[in-house]
Design a protein around this ligand. Structure first.
Ligand code: PEP
Ligand code: MG
Length: 773
């Protein structure tokens, strides 16, 4: 049975069409466990059906009724399995009170029954059923097998459903025209919005540009060939080039001394490439209308499947070789295409599985309208950069069909985390109107540039900017920031090929500090590790966020740390607006070690006759252990800065980059609020001011509560700074304290969020947290 399981999983993964997946499942499962019937019922959330499970495939029952039999949660054993979301195994199903005979389905003679819920992220998507004639007990082993199959099926169903269905809420949310369900082949039109996480606020309308670093054959989509001869040409060029590459690689290896029999695999590759059955099949598929990559995918996967079915293990291994060849051919086909990042412009939206902060930093000068990513969450560094660049962004779209979207029109709603694909005109008009209203609001906010961030009852909360790119300085200044509250020094390190030296670093830091002097600039020491790595200093760990990160790396490499500390102090000569901030401190000893190295660097510079001043020094509170030693920690520094992005991930045990758990990452979680309040109160007892430089400072709802906690200053992304200023100017601290008291009586983030959102709407400040004015 394990062998069958492996085969079924392989087949399901190489099949793209949901109907086909279901057919494979019912056929193979029935055979594998020697049952008489296997069927799949799926929840149909399209219009006119209210949570009904529809028979979508069966091997054993009357297949004429596929699509016709619908069971609600209260109907039959299928409904019961879905309702309980638990497997149900019955020796004689017909004796069960919930058993319901569907006329015409021909299930009268089947007694034994197992129903397994098909579940994805807690939602029951369908039910897998097996039945047999005799009254008998299906073993636990069989039930486990079916549970494993159902889990596989859940993934295949969610992927396929992302392309085909239009749930009712689409119409309700947008109150716009109806989009009807289309067939499975319609991949990018008439589709429900994709749901992700808000990455950077704002709304963008534009054309998708797919950015793919590397791709596996299975996920290449179908695409209608626009010019069949062109596609044939693309395929044959790739074929020739791969043949050439393989020959020259093989010759190279032989001339390097490798035995001819050891390079025989290359001859096998060449034989496969010269095989008429392979090339002809691809040509035919192109002539039938598919683009070259789609035709290649189908042919290769067909060959892979047939090799996988062979009993001879040696021949079965060849499936892997064919897959490798297919991959080479596909990569070769991409070689001559324009690099997607070269065709960016103001109306383009980057769509990608993942985008490193380094790549994004590199394209900063390109004007792009928006970004949509499969990976990441609100506090991933790529989202932070996108906010710094003011680019509306949605991250963590788990069902993102990256390549299929290439060239489609998209609307990116960076407030709600929704992405609309090829939307109808009415939705485009609606969003165009929202963009207009938003622009009006931001134009109004710009007039506040020179005004202080002072509450109605006269409390001033200086607003600083977060940055890390030199190119950010002008926007930071224009935003009305009163200084830089967090300069992430790792960014300039990331876009270089090696560690920058003392002179180079001093220049970078001087540029930032002189732009803001005499206003303060907080330079954070190198914070690599986690999701920020340097190509020339790779850190590979299973658990990078709990590993060698931030100050842990720099304390282990005093030579790197000393150069950075010296560069910062040299850059500050004559300006004296430097504040140094240490990241990821988790114990007093680490802080003491860092302070000692700073002192050493300072003494060294004085000895070398530099006219340096000792800067102010701060510590980031990002690791929960700091909360409980706050008074001791505060007594050693001049200021404290709360790094809420990491503090939340460590407090709630939620990886800030993992979109599987992004819904658990809650900045308004009561424990997070209590922790932050404690940090502020304890630091104040030592007379030490507290700032917050994580993304919470850009979230209007969180800022209300921080105001209530008497935070001393905030450091936000440049794009959010005007909104936060507007918010502060519309609140009194007294009001914020009352809201904080009310919020802390609530049991969860959801209730707190609705309390705060309602308050904003009542004060006519709703435009700060949603699209529109
Ligand atoms: C934080 O953790 O809140 C922070 C500001 O640091 P980073 O996002 O760079 O990890
Ligand atoms: Mg951090």
């Amino acid at each position: 049975m394990l062998q069958s399981l492996r085969r079924i999983v392989q087949e399901v993964n190489s099949t793209r069409d949901l109907d086909q997946v279901l057919e494979i499942i019912v056929l193979r499962v029935k055979t594998a466990i020697d049952a008489d019937v296997c069927s799949v019922y799926l929840l149909d959330d399209a219009e006119n059906t209210e949570n009904k499970f529809t028979l979508m495939a069966t091997d054993g029952l009357n297949s004429d009724l596929i699509g016709q039999v619908n069971m609600g949660y209260d109907a039959g054993l299928v409904g019961l399995v879905a309702q309980r979301a638990d497997p149900l195994s019955l020796d004689d199903a017909q004796q069960h009170p919930r058993f319901q005979l569907v006329p015409g389905l021909n299930e009268e003679k089947y007694h034994s029954f197992v129903g397994i819920p098909i579940t994805h992220h807690k939602n029951v998507l369908g039910v897998l059923v097996v039945q047999s004639e005799p009254i008998q007990h299906f073993s636990q082993y069989v039930v486990n097998f079916l549970v494993t199959i159902a889990a596989q099926l859940a993934g295949a169903i969610t992927n396929a459903q992302a392309s085909i269905q239009v749930p009712a809420q689409y119409e309700q949310q947008i109150k716009q025209q109806r989009v009807v369900k289309t067939d499975h082949k319609s991949l990018v039109s008439n589709r429900r919005p994709l749901i992700g996480q808000p990455g950077a606020p704002g709304v963008a309308i534009g054309k998708a540009v797919a950015f793919i670093s590397s791709i596996s054959l299975e996920v290449i989509p179908d695409k209608q060939a626009t010019d069949i001869e062109d596609e044939i040409h693309i395929f044959h060029l790739a074929l020739e080039a791969v043949r050439r590459d393989i020959k020259s690689l093989s010759q190279q290896l032989i001339s390097d001394g490798m035995a001819a029999e050891d390079v025989a695999i290359f001859d096998a590759y060449l034989l496969m490439l010269n095989s008429k059955s392979l090339t002809k099949s691809i040509d035919n598929k192109i002539y039938a209308g598919n683009w070259a990559a789609g035709a290649l995918r189908d042919t290769i996967l067909e060959h892979v499947n047939s090799f996988n079915e062979l009993e001879n293990p040696y021949l079965r291994e060849r499936a892997k070789d064919i897959q490798d060849l297919g991959q080479m051919l596909y990569e070769q086909m991409q070689v001559d295409k324009d690099h997607p990042l070269d065709v960016l412009s103001k109306d383009k939206i980057i769509v990608a599985e993942d985008l490193s902060a380094t790549v994004l930093a590199d394209i900063k000068t390109n004007n792009i309208a928006g970004i949509v990513l499969k990976s990441g969450s609100r506090t991933s560094h790529v989202a932070i950069l996108a906010r710094a660049l003011g680019v509306p962004t949605v991250v963590g779209v788990s069902e993102l069909p990256t390549i299929e979207l290439d060239g489609s029109q998209l609307i990116v709603d960076g407030y709600s985390g929704q992405v609309f694909i090829s939307p109808p005109e009415s939705i485009i008009n609606e969003y165009t109107h929202l963009i207009f209203q938003e622009k009006e609001l931001f134009d109004k906010l710009k007039t506040l540039r020179k005004e202080p961030a002072t509450t109605i009852d006269g409390v001033n909360i200086p607003l600083y900017a977060n940055t890390g790119l030199v190119a950010d300085i002008t926007p930071s200044k224009k935003s009305g920031a009163e200084g830089i509250g967090l300069y992430r020094t790792e960014y300039p390190f990331m876009i270089r090929q090696q560690f920058p030296g003392e002179e180079e670093q001093s220049q970078i830091y001087h540029e930032v500090m002189s732009a803001f002097a005499p206003r303060p600039v907080v330079l954070r020491t190198l914070d690599i590790g986690g999701d920020k790595s340097l190509s020339y200093f790779p850190i590979k760990e299973d658990n990078p966020f709990l590993g060698w990160r931030g100050i842990r790396v720099t304390l282990d490499h005093p030579e790197i740390f000393m150069i950075q500390l010296r560069s910062m102090m040299i850059a500050s000569i004559g300006l004296n607006n430097l504040n140094i901030l240490f990241p990821m401190i988790s114990s007093i000893n680490e802080l003491e070690d860092a302070l000692e190295l700073l002192e050493r660097a300072y003494r060294e510079l004085l000895n070398e006759d530099y006219k340096v001043q000792m800067p102010k020094v701060g510590v980031m509170v990002e690791v929960p252990s700091m909360i409980f030693q706050m008074r001791n920690i505060a007594s050693l520094v001049d200021f404290v800065s709360i790094g809420s992005n990491d503090l939340i991930q460590y407090l709630l045990a939620v990886d800030r980059n993992n979109n599987n758990v992004a819904n658990l990452y809650e900045s308004l979680h009561p424990s997070v609020l209590i922790a932050i309040r404690q940090v502020i109160d304890e630091a104040h007892k030592e007379g030490v001011p507290v700032s917050l430089c994580g993304e919470m400072a850009s979230d209007p709802l969180a800022v209300i509560l921080l105001l209530g906690m008497s935070i001393d200053s905030l450091s936000t992304s440049v794009a959010s700074l005007p909104s936060i200023k507007w918010l502060i100017r519309n609140f009194s601290q007294q009001e914020a304290k009352t809201l904080l008291d009310d919020a802390l009586k609530m049991k969860d983030a959801k209730l707190i969020k609705s309390l705060l959102s309602n308050t904003l709407e009542k004060k006519r400040l709703g435009g700060l947290i949603r699209a529109g004015g």
